[in-house]
Design a protein around this ligand. Structure first.
Ligand code: UD1
Length: 376
């Protein structure tokens, strides 16, 4: 049987790889190996997702951990090469844009193993973002470019990618969201936090450009503090952000705004229960922009750009930058009932993993690549 090797490493990878692994397992025509690089290693950043997503324990755990970009990527390259030589996969499937994605693609390309990049073609056109470098390099060397939306196809074509490499499969992370939403909303998450549906906001910040500079982080917190005078904001704190809050002495500011409620990072289902019933989401996450569009919840993106423009063109997302005055103004607009309405982009329909599994079979000669029910 031909073998697909999946690589996951950081939190946003798990909900993308899980439905692909499941679809391939259900169809039963390909063998699979799941490798966790260990880029994220905390229980709350990693283990809980395997439980929540019903993903089997990884076959291989590399335990790479944190470090500078060079250290983290280099360690991952060295360890992945050993795994690839041992496992001899016919195709390496990488998702997203984290350092583990880049490392997986780089090792596979040097060993002449076919690479599939799921979530190809997204561009912020901002090379200061480490994720942008990871996206560009991975797409340049991947054999299969699996895109979530037509804007990604257009970016790849503009960069000279051969059209035969590009496959518009839709947004696989939304497969996970749609499959999990009802189960998430049965949890007691809102009651446990003393919240009522539609009466609270959710905030997240973790991007280096937002949290590593005290001036930027302070400004963003002051904007969130303003919003928190109107309704509670639940703010699950990413480890990077928690460290920066402590290092930059910003805790006093948080104590003065009781409506801004900092909590530990949440599991997938708990967090989905929270976002799906929120009035407003304020974030610098890429995935959350897409999830809020799929959920129809207003989203303000606290960045100067997005690699996911479809969430702005069609969805509920507005890119508002990091100027506190602008953020306050746009949040007030949403809370006064004048928020942006949106629709869900085509092919964000819960069937992307099925399309990907069928494509892998076709490419590896393990079947006709027919879908179990018409989904194209
Ligand atoms: C990484 C991804 C980013 C993604 C984010 C989601 C890259 C370049 N960045 O950023 O695209 O949006 O994951 O969370 O791959 N830490 C812990 N426990 C953990 C993981 C990290 O405490 O389980 C701390 C460490 O101090 C570490 C810091 O968080 O140095 C940053 O982790 P790292 O994996 O380097 O990048 P993220 O900021 O999480």
């Amino acid at each position: 049987m031909k073998k697909v090797l999946h690589i996951v490493g950081a939190r946003p990878n798990f909900m993308k790889a899980a439905p692909i692994h499941k679809a391939i397992a259900e169809r039963g025509r390909l063998a699979q190996v799941l490798v966790h690089t260990g880029q994220h290693y905390d229980v709350k950043m990693s283990d809980v997702f395997f439980t929540d997503l019903g993903m089997p324990a990884p076959d291989v755990c590399l335990g790479i951990g944190s470090g500078s970009h060079a250290e983290q990527t280099a360690r991952t390259l060295i360890e992945l090469e050993k795994v690839f030589l041992r496992e001899k996969p016919d195709l390496v499937s990488v998702v997203g844009d984290v350092n583990s994605t880049l490392a997986g693609a780089l090792v596979a390309s040097k060993l002449g193993i076919r690479i599939s990049h799921v979530e190809a073609g997204l561009r912020s056109f901002d090379n200061r973002m480490p994720e942008e470098i990871n996206r560009i390099v991975t797409d340049r060397i991947a054999d299969l470019l699996l895109t979530p939306s037509p804007d990604a196809d257009a970016n790849l074509l503009k960069e000279g990618a051969d059209p035969s490499r590009i496959h518009l499969v839709g947004n696989v992370m939304i497969d996970t969201l749609l499959a999990s939403k009802a189960r998430a909303e049965e949890l007691s998450t809102l009651a446990d936090l003393g919240l009522a549906p539609g009466q609270y906001a959710v905030g997240t910040l973790h991007r280096a450009s937002n949290v590593d500079d005290p001036k930027v982080l302070g400004g963003l917190l002051s904007a969130l503090a303003h919003v928190a005078t109107r309704l509670p904001i639940i703010f699950p704190v990413h480890p990077r952000t928690r460290k920066m809050l402590a290092d930059q002495g910003l805790s006093g500011m948080l104590e003065r705004s009781p409506g801004l409620r900092l909590v530990e990072p949440m599991g997938y289902l708990e967090f989905l229960a929270l976002t799906s019933q929120a009035r407003l989401i304020l974030t610098d996450s890429g995935g959350l922009q897409e999830e809020s569009t799929a959920l129809g919840v207003a989203c303000l993106t606290l960045r100067e750009n997005t690699e996911r423009p479809i969430t702005v063109e069609q969805g509920t997302n507005l890119v508002v930058g990091t100027d506190p005055a602008r953020i306050r103004e746009e949040a007030d607009r949403v809370l006064d009932g004048h928020g942006k309405k949106g629709r869900v982009p085509e092919l964000w329909d819960g069937r992307s993993a099925e399309r990907i599994a069928a494509l892998y079979e076709r490419v590896l000669g393990a079947g006709s690549g027919a879908l179990r029910a018409s989904a194209w």
